[in-house]
Design a protein around this ligand. Structure first.
Ligand code: NFS
Length: 674
């Protein structure tokens, strides 16, 4: 009889908490998860490495003859690149197809979010629901003008203001039309500086409607259609513009009108915002339509009293991902954490309910929730989970208030079921968030003389070297939050004002970079001086990822204020996504770049296996759009690339010499305050 050899026990790879995250609260929770035997994304990242071919963008799986994998030959390409798929598709075609499919995915996610908001907006405007009302009528009138809707009416030769309810209905209808109108081009494109619009027109990339550009990509990248990488990425541009200057911008505007335009407020960030003696409810995802009501219900006396009646001291809300940013910027709801902290919030043992909607929600949440008492509640018809411990309460604007009440009540009832083993990491930081085009203007000049001139002046005189938009995700292939923070710190140290959104904004909040005191402690002398004078932090939180549209519009205001060129590509600005991972980030990168912004991605780009295509978007694009892609994983080099571009633009504008004066005298200070 054969003796069975004993197999050596397989070593289970686990993450090293210190190497996995720069954040102490997260380190503590990763260790706790490992002790409790609960697996997290950090451990999975150790167990599974990414596919080396896929990561380079050179695996085609668009038909069943493949997947065709086209690795770079050892020693690089010598002479002609002979790599081909079965149909003959080259590496450049494959990488371009994959790249623009990512853009389609990202634009679809942002824009469909915008569509959901537009639908709720119309219901509210038509008064079909009493859960929502129009909050910001000033912005309503402003947006109406951009959509070509009359805001006044002539009565007996007199020009009178039009009824706001009427305007609201029309805004909703015209906005919704942007997704599928049969003719014309997107209305918001004309909000860009004129020279930028003309570049898009000349290149033939003006989006027709939002949905069409996404469908176009899916058709064009089907087997055997578009085979020219330049033509493929041209459609990628058109689709990304339909996101940035279309779906995302409409999402931001309609949310501001419906829920209120954000203005700076104080709050806190990190898992330490959860409270042991409170009912903790975490909202997670992206669309704020239901979470808005959860906040209202959780703050109602009725629910607070109910929570007290079962022995809790109150209700603590917290947010993860961009729903968090939405609730923060309008209501001051503290941030519980970034994308990579969603499992960790449950591992505290103190999360009584996690309410998720769409995007960036990990499938493993249900497995983690199973190990604790947490009620995991899905709310979107598009995003369900199969596990039986997950509750689905589907959002509908017509009974949204009842849904919100039901959810909050479930969380309160669940508080009693908490196990004894609760561990909330005692780490959090203070922050000021809620900036936007309007509030930056106000901060810079006060309510009566708000304008971007002050910002432009300080860029021209060199106190502010330039402006950077640092945005995007966490990626489990890099140390959590480290790249975000090192890049932002390097930028502000060099007098670059940072505008941030998404998970970068959350990372900055957790580290205290969004506190005004940070200016004196970490910013260069010029930037610190300006920030301290006007009371701004050196890193400004502009909201969620759809709110990158705020960055586009803020940059447009800078162009309009004068003295820094005529187009977005003339400005001393740069973009960055240090720890990106989602398709949405690729769409954002593409519309930043084609709006004229030099944009650097961290981690890696799925173009490295197709050098000709990569060179086209990282070099040739500068000649076409004035902006181009770059990739740099080292955070300091990454920031220095951005600074070098900013300096290049300063030189072209003839304002490079102003920075030679670093020290400020009394006259300078007075000029700054005047
Ligand atoms: Ni943006 Fe916001 Fe975060 Fe990345 Fe996900 S939450 S939409 S995609 S992970 S920044």
């Amino acid at each position: 009889m054969a003796v069975e050899k004993e197999k050596p026990e397989k070593e289970v790879k686990m993450a090293d908490p210190i190497k996995a995250s720069i954040d102490v609260a997260s380190q503590e929770m990763i260790s706790r998860a490992q002790k409790l035997g609960v697996e997290t994304i950090f451990d999975r990242a150790e167990k599974m490495k990414p596919c080396n071919i896929g990561i380079q963008g050179i695996c085609c799986k668009n038909c069943a003859m493949g997947p065709c994998r086209l690795p770079l030959p050892k020693g690089g390409i010598q002479g002609e690149d002979e790599r081909k798929g079965l149909c003959g598709a080259t590496a450049n075609t494959i990488a371009a197809r994959n790249f623009i499919r990512m853009i389609a995915g990202g634009a679809a996610a942002h824009s469909d979010h915008g569509r959901s908001v537009a639908e709720v907006f119309i219901s509210a405007a038509r008064k079909e629901t009493d859960a929502y009302q129009i909050k910001d009528t000033v912005k309503l009138v402003e947006v109406a003008k951009h959509l070509g809707i009359a805001t006044t009416v002539e009565v007996d030769g007199e020009e009178l203001d039009r009824d706001l309810d009427e305007i609201a209905v029309e805004v909703g209808e015209v906005a919704l039309g942007e997704w599928g109108k049969a003719e014309g081009e997107l209305l918001y494109l004309k909000r860009a500086p004129k020279p930028r619009y003309e570049i898009w027109k000349k290149q033939g990339v003006l989006p027709r409607n939002i949905d069409r550009e996404i469908v176009d990509i899916m058709h064009r990248t089907h087997m055997g259609v578009d085979q020219d990488y330049k033509n493929l990425i041209k459609q990628g541009t058109r689709c990304s513009l339909a996101d940035g200057w279309g779906g995302s911008m409409l999402a931001t505007d309609l949310q501001d009108i419906l829920f209120g335009t954000p203005s700076p407020l104080q709050s806190e960030a990190n898992l330490g915002i959860m409270k042991e003696d409170h009912v903790n409810i975490i909202v997670h995802g992206h669309e704020p339509v239901l979470s808005e009501l959860i906040v209202a219900v959780a703050e109602s006396q009725e629910m607070i009293d109910y929570a007290k009646s079962i022995g809790a001291k109150g209700i603590q809300l917290g947010g993860i991902c961009c729903t968090a940013n939405e609730m923060l910027q309008r209501h001051g709801v503290p941030l519980a954490g970034t994308f990579l902290q969603q499992e960790l919030a449950i591992i505290t043992g103190a999360c009584d309910a996690m309410v998720v909607d769409v995007q960036c929600v990990m499938q493993n949440l249900a497995n983690v929730a199973k190990c604790f008492h947490t009620k995991l509640i899905t709310t979107h018809p598009m995003a369900k989970m199969e596990q039986d411990n997950v509750l689905h309460i589907e959002f509908d604007e017509h009974h949204a208030l009842e849904d919100a009440k039901r959810i909050v009540k479930i969380a309160i009832d669940n508080y009693k079921k908490r196990g004894a083993d609760v561990m909330i990491p005692q780490h959090k930081a203070a922050q000021v968030a809620g900036f936007g085009v309007e509030s930056i203007e106000y901060h810079l000049g006060g309510s009566f003389r708000g304008s971007y001139y002050t910002l432009n002046d300080n860029i021209i005189n060199g106190r502010i070297r330039g402006v950077a938009g640092v945005v995007g995700c966490n990626n489990a292939r890099t140390r959590h939050n480290e790249q975000h923070l090192l890049i932002c710190k390097e930028l502000i140290k060099n007098d670059v004002l940072v505008l941030t959104t998404g998970c970068t904004a959350i990372a900055c909040a957790m580290d205290g970079l969004l506190a005004p005191e940070t200016a004196a402690a970490a910013a260069g002398p010029g930037l610190a001086e300006v920030c301290e004078t006007v009371g701004l932090p050196p890193v400004l939180h502009l909201g969620s990822c759809v709110d990158n549209s705020r960055i586009l519009l803020a940059a447009t205001e800078v162009v309009k204020a004068g003295g820094l060129g005529n187009d977005l590509s003339d400005l001393p600005v740069a973009g960055s996504a240090p720890e990106w991972m989602s398709e949405k980030a690729i769409s954002i990168g593409q519309y930043f770049v084609t709006s004229g912004v030099y944009t650097v991605f961290g981690v890696t780009l799925p173009t490295s296996g197709a050098p000709v295509f990569h060179d086209y978007i990282s070099k040739e694009f500068e000649n076409i759009y004035g902006g181009m892609w770059d990739v740099e994983a080292d955070p300091i080099k990454h920031a220095q690339l951005m600074i070098a571009h900013i300096d290049k633009k300063r030189k072209a504008l003839g304002i490079d010499r102003a920075r030679e004066r670093v020290l400020m005298d009394m006259a300078d200070r007075q000029a700054l305050q005047g």
